[in-house]
Design a protein around this ligand. Structure first.
Ligand code: ZN
Length: 374
């Protein structure tokens, strides 16, 4: 059988250049109306018994080429378990090698989180007791921006994920966080629901998710550079969320992402905002200390450089929200590679581990919840 390769499905991304025997030459496709690319997700049929060599020849000009060093692609035969497979990066080409044991295999940058799985998650969570589900508005492709309100407390906690759609780990994190938050028996969730109302947007960028984008929405907008002045034409997703935040207020916000290069879980704060206060800084430090205790998968040694005072970029969500609401806001970053301090040789950083970190992030919030009351 000759190899047949496609990405014409929910969240797929690849362009086939050529095949020859057990080899294929491939290119990742740019986000629509944008130059960003790095997310790939494709299906290979006709591969049983072959030693596959899949060469992505435009990897060197992707958004974050440093993300390919010490990186391993994911492969699955059932689209449930996503295993690491042999991957090399040199001379601008990412080469995936795999001894195929099935007729059809699926390859991806990270365990995919499709828009259909998003709808399954939304339906399941919406049916649980104490959950209110709504759409904050429609996207440019006509999808709903799904939103949950959970809890009865007077504090306002916002959790939102996947502004960057190729960072699928962010919605795996949401599965864990939402499962815990809606558990009627979980004592941490019970106390949190009593003290706070949670406003949750599990997928900020459903259009980009369905289109197989790395970083942008249907018209090529990087949503995490729009928070100073979102528009209905370019960034309605941000506009709908920010409008609702203006109604609810914000005491604590977490924006969930993935990072291509750094092999660790880390948090970026809001040190550079114009009206930073010691109170905000102390709450932020206390949350990091609580999360360090709550999960050995979290660390504070590796991360982004801290912004200088008053040099923060207010187009980014965390900075805009911390400045606008005088609250503690943060960006959680999870790796595409693995947590180098606690590696998993079979799966690397995985959807399951994202979900566990989501649960831990709520446990850490319990530590500081009373201190959020100004
Ligand atoms: Zn991101």
């Amino acid at each position: 059988m000759t190899l047949s390769i496609t990405s014409a499905f929910d969240g797929g991304n690849i362009a086939l250049v050529s095949t020859s025997g057990s080899m294929a030459e491939l290119e990742i496709v740019k986000d629509h109306q944008s130059d960003f690319y790095q997310w790939f997700y494709f299906r290979v049929t006709g591969c049983a018994g072959k030693d596959l060599t899949l060469a992505i020849t435009n990897a060197g000009k992707s958004a974050y080429p440093q993300g390919w060093d010490n990186y391993q692609a994911r492969v699955s035969s059932d689209r449930e378990d996503w295993y690491l497979t042999e991957t090399d990066y040199s001379d601008g080409t990412l080469t995936i090698r795999h001894s195929a044991d099935a007729d059809t295999l699926w390859f991806a940058y990270f365990a995919p989180y499709t828009i259909e799985r998003h709808y399954d998650l939304v339906s399941e969570i919406a049916a649980r007791d104490g959950v209110s589900h709504a759409s904050l508005g429609q996207t440019l492709d006509g999808r709903e921006l799904d939103y949950f309100s959970i809890g009865t407390g007077d504090l306002s906690v916002w959790l939102y994920a996947r502004q960057h759609p190729g960072e699928t780990m962010a919605e795996w994190w949401m599965e864990g966080a939402l499962d815990r938050l809606t558990d009627p028996a979980d004592p941490i969730a019970r106390v949190l629901r009593d003290k706070a109302t949670f406003h949750v947007v599990p997928n900020m960028n459903p259009d980009g998710s369905a289109r197989g984008h790395l970083r942008t929405n249907a018209v090529g907008t990087n949503l995490n550079r729009e928070w100073h002045q979102p528009t209905p034409e370019k960034s309605p997703e941000v506009l709908w969320v920010l409008n609702h935040m203006d109604k609810t207020g914000v005491d604590f916000a977490m924006d969930v992402h993935g990072d291509e290069a750094i092999p660790a879980n880390f948090i970026a704060g809001f040190e550079g905002i114009p009206s930073w206060t010691e109170r905000q800084g102390a709450l932020y430090d206390a949350y990091l200390a609580a999360l360090l205790k709550a999960s050995p998968d979290f660390q504070t040694k590796l991360g982004y450089p801290v912004a200088k005072p008053r040099k923060g970029n207010l187009s980014m969500s965390t900075n805009q929200v911390a400045e606008r609401f005088d609250c503690v806001a943060m960006t959680l970053e999870m790796p595409f590679k693995d947590n180098h301090e606690l590696p998993d040789a079979d799966f690397g950083w995985s959807g399951e581990r994202c979900a566990l970190l989501g649960r831990a992030c709520l446990a850490a919030l319990l530590d500081i919840i009373d201190d959020l009351r100004a």
